[in-house]
Write a protein of this length. Structure first.
Length: 364
C-alpha cells in the first residue's frame, strides 16, 4: 500500500485524485487548513466518489493541518514505507495586483512542500501545473521552459513554480513530475463537476445567466476555429494516477491529441442544443454582449489563441483515449445545466448590468 500526501483535496482535481487513490486501496494524507478542514475534505472526496460512481473507504483517509508547526513530526509518526506527494492546491487569481499572494502560495509554499517531501524521504514529488503556463508561439513540448511571456499572475506564478520545483528537486535528488493538465471539465460519463464557474464553466455560466434574464441572442467575441484544450476529469485522474505509480519522471502535457470536437464552433452548437440562446461570433453590440464579454475577459486570450502541445507520453501510453467525443461534452453541458442554481445568481448578474451602464455613462 502506497501513501499519498495530497494538497487541494477540497478542490475539483484534488478530491478526484484522492477518491481514485482510496478506491485503489492506497492511503491518503490530505493537507488542509482552517477550521472544519476534516469535514470539508471528507465532503469533497465523498462528492467526487459519487461523481465517479465509486465506493471508497474513509478509514484510509487522514487529514492534517497544513499550517501546523508540528506537521513534519506528525507525518513522520505515521508508519509508511512508500510516500509520494501530490501538490494540487493553487492560488487561482489572475490579477497582477495579487501577484504577491500568488507567488507566496504557488511558489514559496510549493518549494516548502518539496523540502518537506525530501525530509520525509518521499519517493516522488508531483506538482500540478497548467497546460496554459506559457504564452509562447509554436509547439509547447514536455520540458522545462526558461523563456515565457505570462499574461496574468496565475500563469506567471505557475510557470515560475514548475521551473523552480524542477531545478530544486534535481538539486535535492528527489524524483519529480510536473503535470500540466488542460482545461478540466466534468466526468465523461456522468458529467459530474463541482459547479464552480472557472475555466470552461465561466463561459457556460455566463450563457445561463443571459438565458435566465430572457436574452435570446448573443454576440460572442471569440474565434470559432480556435480549439480549447478541454480534458475530462476522469481522464486526467486516470493519467496522473498511472504515472505516479510508474518510474517515469519529468514534464507531462495532459490533453487530448485530437481536439476537433473542442473547436469553439462545435461547442457553440452543443451549448445551443441545451440552452435556448442563439450565439453568433462578432464584437459585442448589446448591453448583454458587453456584460458577458467583461465577465469572461480574463479567459478570452486563452480561448482565442491557437496552441500546439506535444503529448508524446500520453500518445504512447494511452492511444485508446486520445480524442474528446461529443457524447462526453454533452454529458458535461447537461450536468451543469441541470444542477446549477440559476435563480440565486440573477441578482448578481443584474448588478453587473447596472455596473456596465455606469461605466458607459462615465465615458460619455
Amino acid at each position: 500500500m502506497k501513501t499519498f500526501v495530497i494538497t487541494g483535496t477540497t478542490g475539483f482535481l484534488g478530491s478526484s485524485l484522492a477518491q481514485e487513490l482510496l478506491k485503489d486501496g492506497h492511503q491518503v494524507f490530505a493537507l488542509a487548513r482552517g477550521e472544519g478542514a476534516r469535514e470539508r475534505v471528507e465532503n469533497s472526496v465523498q462528492s467526487a466518489a459519487i461523481g465517479f460512481g465509486t465506493d471508497i473507504n474513509f478509514e484510509r483517509l487522514k487529514v492534517f493541518d497544513s499550517e501546523s508547526k508540528q506537521l513534519e513530526s506528525e507525518l513522520k509518526s505515521q508508519s509508511t514505507d512508500e510516500v509520494h506527494f501530490i501538490h494540487s492546491a493553487a492560488e487561482m487569481s489572475y490579477a497582477w495586483k495579487k501577484m504577491g499572494k500568488s507567488l507566496s502560495f504557488n511558489v514559496s509554499q510549493s518549494i516548502a512542500l518539496l523540502e518537506l517531501a525530501k525530509s520525509l524521504e518521499a519517493l516522488s514529488f508531483n506538482y500540478i501545473s497548467t497546460l496554459y503556463f506559457s504564452q509562447n508561439e509554436g509547439l509547447i513540448d514536455e520540458n522545462i521552459c526558461l523563456q515565457n511571456h505570462p499574461q496574468n499572475s496565475y500563469q506567471a506564478s505557475k510557470w515560475l513554480a514548475e521551473t523552480k520545483i524542477s531545478l530544486i528537486a534535481e538539486k535535492l535528488e528527489i524524483p519529480y513530475r510536473v503535470f500540466r493538465p488542460g482545461i478540466i471539465i466534468g466526468h465523461s460519463q456522468t458529467g459530474w463537476c463541482r459547479l464552480k464557474s472557472f475555466g470552461f464553466y465561466m463561459f457556460l455560466e455566463g450563457f445561463h445567466r443571459l438565458n435566465d434574464l430572457g436574452v435570446k441572442k448573443l454576440n460572442l467575441d471569440l474565434d470559432p476555429s480556435s480549439k480549447l484544450a478541454l480534458i475530462c476529469i476522469d481522464d486526467v485522474v486516470d493519467w496522473i494516477c498511472h504515472y505516479v505509480k510508474m518510474p517515469e519522471f519529468g514534464f507531462f502535457n495532459l490533453t487530448y491529441s485530437q481536439l476537433e470536437n473542442a473547436k469553439i464552433e462545435n461547442l457553440r452548437r452543443l451549448i445551443e442544443n441545451s440552452i435556448p440562446l442563439k450565439i453568433r461570433f462578432s464584437k459585442p453590440r448589446s448591453l448583454s454582449d458587453f456584460v458577458l464579454d467583461r465577465e469572461v475577459k480574463k479567459n478570452k486570450d486563452f480561448a482565442n489563441r491557437h496552441y500546439q502541445f506535444s503529448t508524446e507520453k500520453l500518445d504512447r501510453d494511452f492511444p485508446q483515449r486520445r480524442s474528446l467525443d461529443n457524447s462526453s461534452l454533452i454529458n458535461v453541458i447537461e450536468f451543469y445545466h441541470q444542477n446549477r442554481e440559476s435563480l440565486s445568481r440573477l441578482k448578481y448578474f443584474k448588478k453587473q448590468c447596472k455596473r456596465q451602464v455606469s461605466i458607459w455613462a462615465n465615458k460619455l
